[in-house]
Design a protein around this ligand. Structure first.
Ligand code: ZN
Length: 134
């Protein structure tokens, strides 16, 4: 298992980690298998979506921030209840296929770390499982 280090620069942002995950997959030398990506944080998440046009990510963030407003008489006293809710709705992990030593992603897809309570230093765990079947 390998850890990808991320430094986020804003309160909410999407960070494209596709290249970092690909580097872990290549480093593992696995030709065929499964790649798990997991975020060990309660105010962050993982999504897979378009990485060709950055405005898609901005729209996703804008709408998520509307669905879950930053303040709404939440009970959680730390002040980051919205970030916990966004993290819970979106989820902490992604599962990808590996074929011919590479991640199988659609032409326009990338893997994004979602920051909901930044800026912070963060980590993402990546584990590669080899498929040994013939
Ligand atoms: Zn909290």
């Amino acid at each position: 298992m390998e850890r990808i280090e991320i430094s986020t620069s804003r309160k909410t942002c999407l960070v494209d980690i596709t290249r970092d995950v690909e580097r872990v997959v290549k480093g593992g030398g696995v030709e065929k298998g499964i790649c798990f990506v997991f975020v060990p944080h309660t105010t962050a998440a993982i999504i897979i979506n378009e990485n060709a046009d950055p405005s898609v990510g901005e729209d996703i963030l804008m709408e998520i921030n509307k669905i879950v407003p930053f303040s709404n008489n939440y009970s959680h006293l730390e002040g980051n209840a919205a970030a916990h809710i966004k993290s819970s709705i979106i989820g902490q992990s992604a599962t990808l296929f590996i074929e011919n030593g590479r991640l199988v992603l659609g032409r326009w897809q990338g893997i994004y770390f979602c920051e909901f309570d930044g800026p912070r230093r963060r980590g993402v765990w990546v584990k590669v499982i080899e498929d040994l079947r013939k």
